[in-house]
Design a protein around this ligand. Structure first.
Ligand code: ASP
Length: 298
């Protein structure tokens, strides 16, 4: 079976001066994931490797460089899902985990539950070998400055414009037919402490089912939750004649019309065909095409 990989770095009004950095971050993530897939590796290892590259890159809102909460901290959420078993590992409200995707993977592989939050999730992750960090190590200078600007004006929504890079996600199918999807985020800018969006919620920020395909969502989480966007998009792959591009487009239309929100999603169907759609000014994404060439766009 031919492996396949698609990744994203968020759908928002990504500012002009971040476009090149987002594109090169997407290409680096593709390289990291593809290296594993093309040598016969596991889809779970490939998406973890791709997401770690994106989490470590401060141009994206996940891991280092996450948006700050109203009280000036980073709180990360992440999920990874196995299309074969419909099991997910999800974590929310992490303040001390350098790479939240690793905590999500630990939950997927080693926990009887599917979702852990805050200190409980951090303790579980640390007990299973995931690296913890000082919470301040997740704060990038750019996000700190943006937060200071916001806080001078009561965190008014218009102050968030101009640093709207987003959540990251990946879906991979490996040569053995194993399909996994994942999403990792710092959430929305100046969110209330304790707020959890769509990203770590099964069916909202991420879904994977071997009968349909894998999906990772991004955008305004409260709207994505209203339409359970990732599961809905996966179900849009069921009818004969559907394509990943059309399923993604239908999900974004539902997000706009019923969820009254903006965002985007990446889709990989069960055969590894990629698709995406967004109703924001820009979305950062990349995939490996049938000729094994990398494509990235912002
Ligand atoms: N969906 C994420 C959230 O609401 C944010 C994003 O995708 O950029 O937490």
């Amino acid at each position: 079976m031919q492996p396949s990989l698609i990744i994203h770095g968020g759908a928002w009004d990504i500012p002009d001066d971040a476009v090149d950095a987002c594109k090169s971050g997407c290409l680096s993530a593709l390289r990291a994931g593809w290296k594993i897939l093309k040598s016969g590796g596991h889809a779970l290892d490939a998406i973890e490797a791709a997401i770690i590259v994106l989490e470590d890159d401060p141009v994206f809102d996940s891991g280092f460089g996450s948006h700050l909460t109203m009280d000036g901290r980073v709180e990360c959420d992440a999920i990874v899902m196995d299309a074969a078993t419909l099991r997910a590992g999800a974590v929310a409200g992490l303040r001390r985990v350098k790479n939240p995707i690793q905590a999500a993977r630990a939950v997927l592989e080693k926990c009887p539950h599917m979702m852990l939050i805050s200190e409980g999730a951090e303790h579980f992750a640390a007990a299973h070998g995931v690296q913890l960090c000082d919470p301040r190590d997740l704060i990038s200078p750019a996000e700190r400055e943006a937060w200071l600007r916001c806080s001078k004006d009561s965190h008014a929504a218009q102050n968030h414009r101009g640093h709207e890079q987003g959540t990251v996600g990946a879906v991979a199918l490996d040569g053995h037919g194993r399909l996994f999807a994942a999403t990792s985020t710092g959430g929305t800018c100046c969110k209330l402490p304790g707020r959890v969006g769509d990203s770590p919620l099964i069916g909202c920020g991420c879904y994977a089912d071997r009968e349909t395909g894998g999906v990772s969502s991004t955008g305004y989480g409260e709207a994505i939750m209203r339409v359970v966007m990732a599961k809905t998009a996966a179900d849009f792959l069921r009818p004969a004649g559907s394509t990943p591009a059309r399923a993604a487009q239908a999900a974004v239309e539902l997000l706009a019309n019923r969820g009254h929100g903006t965002g985007g999603l990446i889709v990989l169907d069960k055969n590894g065909k990629p698709g995406f759609a967004f109703n924001t000014p820009r979305m950062a994404l990349g995939y490996v095409n049938e000729e094994s060439s990398f494509f990235a766009s912002v």
